[in-house]
Design a protein around this ligand. Sequence first.
Ligand SMILES: Nc1ncnc2c1ncn2[C@@H]1O[C@H](COP(=O)(O)OP(=O)(O)OP(=O)(O)O)[C@@H](O)[C@H]1O
Ligand SMILES: [Mg+2]
Length: 182
Amino acid sequence: MQTVYLTCGLPGCGKSTWAREKAKEDLNVAIVCRDDLRTMFKGVYYYDTVLEPAIVDMAMSVLDILLDRGYDVIVDETNLTKKRRAEILSRIRQWCERKYGQETSVLPVGQLSFRRMPEPAIKVICVEFPEDERHLERRMKENRGYTPEKWTEVVEGMKKTREPVTLDEGFTNIITVRSTDD
Ligand SMILES: Nc1ncnc2c1ncn2[C@@H]1O[C@H](COP(=O)(O)OP(=O)(O)OP(=O)(O)O)[C@@H](O)[C@H]1O
Ligand SMILES: [Mg+2]
């Protein structure tokens, strides 16, 4: 069954490393990552508020295209708030409705099934990375042009807005990835 993985974790927690390892070992897995799109325009990481709405649109379109081609997709983002996760889950639901018709039940998307299908239409797995004090330190090694103070400010802000993941948001399953020793 086609599967979408949403990563969820603070900067430096290992989301992209996990995603790349999974995509390397499984040829049917592909990654969508806004950070990679932000890098595309300059060859190095470049955050431009003017381009941000386009980056979001592009990431969602790439998700659709990969699902159309039959890939399992990792949406490699921080995905720390319910709102952000809901936007992606809603996009997946729309894709399912286009592919399988409007016969959807009222179930959350990860448990969605269609009248003629014995199994759920798609699996949506949240891959959660718990907070760890080493993450900020790791992020500093590839600082994307930000000072340590700036990273600390960004990460502290994100910690405040972080909302715990729950199955009723629409996930089929939640898996937890803990940091291994450096
Ligand atoms: N399990 C691990 N053990 C040791 N180091 C790791 C591990 N996972 C990732 N790292 C290192 O930590 C740093 C951050 O990892 P990564 O880029 O995967 O984080 P991220 O969650 O994608 O961060 P961001 O949200 O900023 O994109 C990298 O230098 C990476 O090599
Ligand atoms: Mg990353």
